[in-house]
Design a protein around this ligand. Structure first.
Ligand SMILES: Cc1ncc(COP(=O)(O)O)c(C=O)c1O
Length: 472
């Protein structure tokens, strides 16, 4: 085919979405007729001055929507009935760049995709639709009223069973509260714990930590006390030196370093909590994704009176569902439920019934099994490509999760390397904004959205760009 005009505003961000939108318009307006062959992704990428991965993403989106068909050997074509497809709901592209952190604070700009974002093109739409349909056709009308702010009983029961089976948690459905993700769960529990103290709650946090959580923790009344993380996870001995009343940890897969809390440290953490009466807030954000062995059970199962477990479907399904859970000792769970009733009266009910059905019918387990295999392939491909083409970069942490932690050689500018990596289609974030104390340059890089066959090209893209500029 001849030239293809696709209007693009590089400064606006969301370039893949802009390309998809331009192609959709061309198909609807008849400029691209059914059966018409599209340029190879490589050629269109060159024409538009973008990386090939961005064009691949746009094509994949339109294949998923039914506008394009892609066959091995015959490239990508406009689908026969494409012009008659309904208009998709317009979605504004993510705008990169958020409010900067205040001087001297952990925080920083927001990027297009988080390093921990799952591959949202793999969201199990058909099976989720079946669960939503089931919920809508079976749930009695009264169940759509204001309900228990702690969540619908059917979902609490399903989740309690799931967490006992998969995370070795010690859960009674009465002590499980449905929340809008780990973020809201932590907010609520901290509000409750901080309410009793005039000067807020002294909360130990891992250093480095998830910088996006920091404003949330402070807003909920926490005074943060950073404690270093090393290759065994949180330095638990450091807790004894601080007057912390609670600690927030990611034991199964520390964010961002990717290390697992060692057995000795797990025992020491529980001992500290029991001796001091402090709470451990366990952020179990991506624990289902362990690739080299079965995941370690959650800490909450070891000390249910001391540990508050929080998790969500954000990594397994999609963050946009805003569905998660909190498991806490009975008194605290009741207080969190009350706090939720005073805040916004609970989570959307139909989605809760749908998730209960999805869990009960095995859809969740099946999706996790498929994605675990896929993410493992993607991680292996990225790690392999780095070892071959950029051996000076060291991958730290266990084989798990949706992101890898890359130690860069001393003197490298992590902000610039992250920008180059993003230009090559990787969700890469510099680690400096996640640190309280300075450390060596590093990146958190998401591999969940980088198909295995594109990993080498992406890594080579970084290498080529780096050789074109001085990055330290
Ligand atoms: C370490 C960590 N904890 C928690 C969350 C938030 O999860 P949720 O979507 O369940 O609020 C994220 C999200 O990126 C995360 O990276």
């Amino acid at each position: 085919m001849g030239d293809l005009y696709v209007p693009l505003d590089h400064a606006r961000g969301g370039v893949a979405a802009q390309i998809a939108s331009g192609l959709r318009d061309a198909i609807r307006g008849g400029r691209l007729a059914p059966g018409c062959r599209l340029p190879a992704t490589r050629d269109l990428a060159v024409d538009l001055g973008v990386s090939r991965g961005v064009v691949v993403e746009a094509y994949e989106q339109l294949v998923a929507e039914g506008f394009l068909v892609s066959r091995v050997g015959s490239g990508t074509q406009v689908a026969p009935a494409a012009a008659r497809l309904p208009a998709p709901i317009p979605v504004r592209p993510f705008a990169p760049g958020g409010p900067p952190a205040a001087a001297g604070e952990v925080g920083g700009p927001d990027y297009e995709h988080r390093a921990t974002s799952p591959d949202l093109s793999r969201f199990p739409r058909e099976r989720w639709l079946a669960s939503i349909r089931y919920a809508l056709t079976t749930v009695p009308s009264d169940a759509l009223d204001y309900g228990d702010p702690g969540g619908v009983p059917e979902l609490r029961e399903e989740l309690a069973g799931y967490l006992r089976r998969v995370r070795a948690a010690d859960v009674d459905p009465d002590n499980l509260v449905i929340v809008g993700g780990v973020a809201l769960g932590l907010s609520l529990v901290l509000h409750v714990l901080a309410r009793e103290r005039a000067d807020g709650l002294a909360l130990a946090v891992e250093d480095p930590t998830s910088h996006r959580q920091v404003p949330l923790l402070r807003r909920a009344g926490a005074r943060l006390m950073p404690v270093p993380v090393d290759d065994q996870g949180l330095d638990v001995a450091g807790l004894w030196e601080r007057p912390a009343r609670a600690v927030l940890v990611t034991p199964a897969h520390q964010y961002p370093t990717g290390v697992v809390l060692s057995p000795g440290r797990r025992a020491a953490l529980v001992e500290w909590a029991q001796a001091t009466g402090a709470f451990v807030l366990e952020d179990d954000y991506d624990a289902e994704f362990r690739f080299d062995r079965d995941p370690v059970g959650c800490l909450q199962g070891l000390a249910p009176d001391q540990v508050i477990l929080s998790g969500s479907v954000s990594k397994a399904l999609a963050p946009g569902l805003r569905l998660g859970w909190l498991v806490a000792p009975a008194g605290l769970a009741a207080a969190v439920r009350r706090a939720r009733s005073e805040l916004d009266l609970g989570s959307p009910v139909i989605e809760q019934y749908a998730l209960a059905h999805f869990l009960r019918t095995g859809g969740y387990d099946k999706h996790l099994r498929q994605m675990r295999r896929e993410y493992r392939r993607r991680r292996d491909a990225l790690v392999g490509a780095l070892a071959e083409h950029l051996p000076e970069i060291h991958v730290r942490g266990i084989q798990a999760g949706l992101h890898a932690y890359l130690d860069l050689p001393d003197g490298w500018d992590e902000v610039r390397v992250a920008r180059l990596a993003r230009e090559c289609g990787m969700a890469a974030e510099p680690v400096a904004p996640m640190r309280f104390a300075p450390g060596r340059p590093a990146l958190a890089v998401g591999f969940a959205r980088l198909p295995a066959h594109r990993a080498e090209e992406a890594v080579l893209g970084i290498k080529v760009r780096m050789s074109g500029q001085n990055i330290d």
